[in-house]
Design a protein around this ligand. Sequence first.
Ligand code: SF4
Ligand code: FE
Length: 483
Amino acid sequence: MALMTGEQYIESIRKMNMEIYMFGEKIDHPADHPVLRPSLNSVRMTYDLAQDPQYEDLMTAQSPYTGKKVNRFTHIHQSTEDLKNKVKMQRLCGQKTAACFQRCVGMDAFNAEFSTTYEIDKKYGTNYHENFKKFMMYCQDHDLTVDGAMTDPKGDRSKAPHAQEDPDLYLRVVEQRPDGIVVRGAKAHQTGMCNSHEVIVMPTISMGPDDKDYAVSFAVPVDTKGIFMIIGRQSCDTRKLEDTTMDVGNPEFGGVEALVIFDDVFVPNDRIFMNGETEFAGMLVERFAGYHRQSYGGCKVGVGDVLIGAAAVAADYNGAAKASHVKDKLIEMMHLNETLYCCGIACSAEGHQTESGNYIIDLLLANVCKQNITRFPYEIVRLAEDIAGGLMVTAPSEKDFRDEKLGKYIDKYLKGNAEVTTENRLKIMRLIENLALGTAAVGYRTESMHGAGSPQAQRIMIARQGNLGYKKRLAKEIAHIEE
Ligand code: SF4
Ligand code: FE
């Protein structure tokens, strides 16, 4: 099958029978719901851009497994060039949506599963790698969007999965059957699940021998019986229900998260990629997290480009563009944003081949990348708010702006640069508000902090990979210390 167009993708999601809840109600037509549709549009962009000849090299790749052209979001990286192109593609998608476009988790899960299943099979003679390859080629052939579900609710953080008072706080196998397994549990903070065709479930932490039931990985269609989603609230989300566009800031694109329940879900044997091999749980987590920490060096940079552009437009509209401190703040924002991009490219360029044949990033540099992501977007947002001014949070609503009596006063008194309409000034303020404090702040701020692992998770990896012993030896040698 050829690559799907954006419209075919939307239709394919519309045909699915997902169980989605929001505001206490079951959503019958999620693809057309005003709160959910912008997030579907963000994923659609990964299909639309792949159809555009000018982005073909970035958005598509040749699959060595199917021999056909595939969307890069379903590709298994064959070189460091592929790794770099991945980051560039994500920056592009961030620029075009100013939101989380969600499809990366599946790509990152693909590449982590590819190498980990290979290594499990080598040790245990299992058939997981073939299972995974079959699934991967099916997704490539049908150009599917795949969610990667890792984060368990985790309950009491001081206790291992098996030691929790409630045994379901980490997703687990509750029944082994001749034809497959039955799993129960939940995955939290799932961006993109409601816009995906399939979901790859992975464990969320390293595990010990007592956690056998929890060391499980598999893929199922997201509308499999027993799976349902409860959509998370976002700041300003109900503005999307108001029948106006200006107040939303980014009327077309967005992202939503869901708490996903797996209520005794059956997984057939050929969709299982790990089942009890506890010592490989940590490897899968580390590799997936590494790839996704690289990803942020692309997507957040693209969104940052939009935010920097919005701040510069706000400065123009406010009549402040020539002030030297404003120019300097924009330079600082660009410096920070490009530093993040450097990290994404560096961990890609320094990648290497795994035993299975695909390519993986340099883990130390990928963790440094994500650690910077937990900080710099906050500073970039701070500077954007500084440049924009208080109007980004005090401006009257679009309904007041359109009001017969009030509109002319808003238009008169909220005008900045006389050559610019008040409407355009308000639009750019709302976009900055959206990225700083509104629905997109989930993706640009809190997701920068906690997505792909919270800051401490990267510090643990930096401690492990940083080779402090070698650095100590260097110092002693330079100082002519003999012990
Ligand atoms: Fe992709 Fe970034 Fe969203 Fe992760 S946070 S799915 S890398 S856009
Ligand atoms: Fe994310």
